[in-house]
Design a protein around this ligand. Structure first.
Ligand SMILES: Cc1ncc(COP(=O)(O)O)c(C=O)c1O
Length: 383
């Protein structure tokens, strides 16, 4: 019997929803004009479609449309936010230079910040507690009159932990520190209104919310100075040059609206499935949850398994389950997130990240429990 692969890696990417594909469809061939062309009707229609998408995405974030800059994804949005703020500060002759972030951030935040650190913007990378949460007292102590910006993600892509953004935003506001939030894993998954939360910049990505790959956006509070990181045409208010990807932008907005509309029911259903998965796996014994037990995304479960070797475990699972290991997939090095929680390289390797999605079924969860149980029992019997 051939077992179907159960896709439980929705933090890596999500399948594009049928409704999203349908919304994008006309903009590839029939209405393919460049919105910047302006002189003829199809181009004006494309420009109108982009502006409608901007309004729809803004609606999901409860913000104004002109606060959104379309990008190629969250990586670009993060680079634009971080390098853009630093460069704008230099241009204005601003004396603040210090940057702060957390050890568990995504590489698309840590790497541009490390680059800035090498170019005159000293960086503090704060540790997190064993549950993945930042210690607010430690954070407060790290902010100085020289601090320009803090970058904290809304939801972690490995352990699903939700940082206390409202409290962090209040702290930043009281110290005159800009707050950037990588919300690639959070938009459409939790209620998130950057204006009322008191954020200054927020990054998001289409393919994490049942939308297409290759598109995302940066939300910017009006008045936050930003220098463009990609120069050329004057698109996106001069902040992001390049022809607009009309079908992808339409798809991003459709996906955000859909994901947000389905959120209450989906969250409850996936939380129940995650609990079933956890109960099924915890029965094995020697299973530790990575990340806070309740302050986490409803569709995330990340565990470390005692008495098994990571490579063998994932080799045994790979034909039945699409899941992620505690190794950064590209380099095979142990996850910096699990390391920040205090996990050893061996524990990190013997970890599994499950990311459930809108199409995940109870049968797939039972398949996952059975597959992991069989692999672990076999390895523990013959170490
Ligand atoms: C938290 C987080 N930030 C940023 C990114 C990068 O997103 P994109 O693939 O849209 O560049 C990802 C995706 O891996 C992510 O999970």
């Amino acid at each position: 019997m051939v077992t179907m692969l159960a896709y439980l890696d929705h933090h890596a990417t999500t399948p594009c929803a049928t409704e999203v594909l349908q919304a994008m469809e006309p903009w590839w061939r029939q209405s393919f004009a460049n919105p910047a062309s302006r002189l003829y009707r199809p181009a004006l229609e494309a420009a109108a479609a982009v502006e409608l998408a901007r309004r729809r995405l803004a609606g999901v974030l409860a913000t104004a449309p002109d606060t959104l800059i379309f990008t190629s994804g969250a990586t670009e949005a993060n680079n634009l936010a971080l390098r853009g703020v630093a460069e704008a500060a230099l241009e204005r002759g601003e004396s603040r230079r210090h940057l702060v972030t957390l050890a568990t951030e995504h590489r698309s935040v840590l790497d541009p910040l490390a680059w800035l650190d090498r170019h005159g913007f000293p960086l503090t990378v704060l540790p997190v507690g064993p549950d993945g949460l930042v210690d607010l007292a430690l954070l407060e102590a790290a902010l100085s009159p020289d601090t320009l910006l803090l970058s904290v993600m809304a939801a972690n892509n490995e352990i699903g932990v939700l940082q206390p953004l409202a409290a962090i935003a209040r702290l930043c506001r009281s110290r005159g520190v800009l707050l950037h939030c990588d919300a690639a894993q959070a938009v459409g998954q939790i209620a998130l209104a950057p204006d009322s939360l008191g954020l200054d910049l927020l990054s998001l990505s289409g393919h994490k919310l049942s939308g297409p790959k290759g598109v995302g956006a940066l939300w910017r509070r009006p008045g936050v100075a930003l220098a463009a990181q990609q120069l050329g045409g004057g698109q996106e208010g001069g902040l992001r040059a390049g022809s607009l990807a009309v079908p992808l932008i339409v798809g991003l907005a459709a996906a955000a609206v859909l994901t947000e509309a389905e959120r209450p029911q989906r969250t409850a259903r996936l939380a129940a499935l995650c609990e079933r998965l956890w109960q099924g796996l915890a029965a094995l014994g020697g299973v530790e949850l990575n990340g806070h037990a309740s302050l986490r995304l409803a569709h995330n479960l990340n565990i470390s398994l005692a008495g098994v070797e990571g490579t063998r475990l994932h080799q045994a699972l790979r034909r039945q389950l699409a899941v992620s290991s505690g190794s950064a997939c590209s380099q095979g090095s142990p996850s910096h997130v699990l390391a920040a929680l205090g996990r050893s390289p061996q524990q990190a390797a013997a970890s599994i990240r499950f990311g459930l999605g809108r199409d995940t079924t109870a049968a797939e969860i039972d398949q996952a429990i059975a597959a992991v149980t069989a692999a672990v029992v076999e390895q523990r019997a013959a170490p």
